[in-house]
Write a protein of this length. Structure first.
Length: 232
């Protein structure tokens, strides 16, 4: 009995050490990004202080500062969300309602089709709403999509699809897009999506083509339910 308990304690300690190392690696990259942004701001301020022709370089300096400020804000928000990831109790979320709320945050010109059943719920981290927002925002801002279709089908487990008519994702980048730091902006969006999804035993991959991107989220059947009067 003692050997079994010792093994259990050692396994818990190993898992905790692995998790701490994972957090450390992620935060090291994040802090590195913040320091780089602060360096850009410092350089811009130095140029402003030393130039005799402020009007000529004002636009470039201001844009550099604003861009760095946005990067720092993104890093702070990412860190706040990442540190609470997995610490909050998983709960039942209506994906239909999540997409309905997100739709209101985008221009009317963007056609967002919400084909989720209204009573379908998935049990996952509350940060799941940020996942769907990031996927849709990427489609609009980076993929220049004007139409996004959100749907689900059951193949044993449930398969959620977020499909757009944008520029799509190169075949060589389909796995790289989920790595921290990849991308034109902060590089946290899709990496964070994968982390949130992984916390709830779900998976995500990109399977689109030249006609647009398509993100597919695999949800185990035991994480889904149809809401009724007994579990509202």
């Amino acid at each position: 009995m003692e050997n079994q308990e010792e093994r259990s304690v050692l396994e818990r300690n190993r898992l905790k050490e692995d998790e701490n190392e994972r957090i450390k690696n992620v935060l090291d990259v994040t802090w590195h990004d913040v320091r780089n942004s602060l360096s850009v701001i410092a350089m811009a301020v130095e140029i402003i202080q030393e130039t005799d022709d402020l009007e000529r370089i004002k636009s470039l300096a201001v844009n550099s500062i604003l861009s760095s400020q946005r990067a720092i804000s993104g890093a702070i928000e990412f860190t706040e969300n990442f540190l609470v990831l997995g610490n909050r109790k998983k709960c039942w979320n209506s994906i239909y309602e999540i997409i309905r709320r997100i739709t209101r945050q985008f221009p009317l010109e963007v056609k967002l089709s919400n084909n989720f059943p209204q009573k379908l719920e998935i049990c996952c981290d509350p940060l799941i709403e940020k996942v769907f927002y990031n996927l849709i925002e990427n489609a609009v801002q980076h993929g220049k999509a004007s139409s996004i279709e959100c749907s689900v089908e059951q193949k044993g487990d449930f398969v959620i699809s977020i499909k757009d008519n944008g520029s799509g994702i190169e075949e060589s980048q389909k796995e790289m897009i989920f790595k921290q730091g990849f991308g034109k902006n902060t590089g946290y969006g899709l990496f964070f999506c994968k982390e949130v999804i992984g916390q709830s035993d779900m998976t995500i991959k990109e399977v689109g083509d030249r006609r647009g991107a398509c993100f597919v989220i695999g949800v185990p059947e035991y994480r889904c339910r149809i809401r009724n009067e007994l579990n509202t």
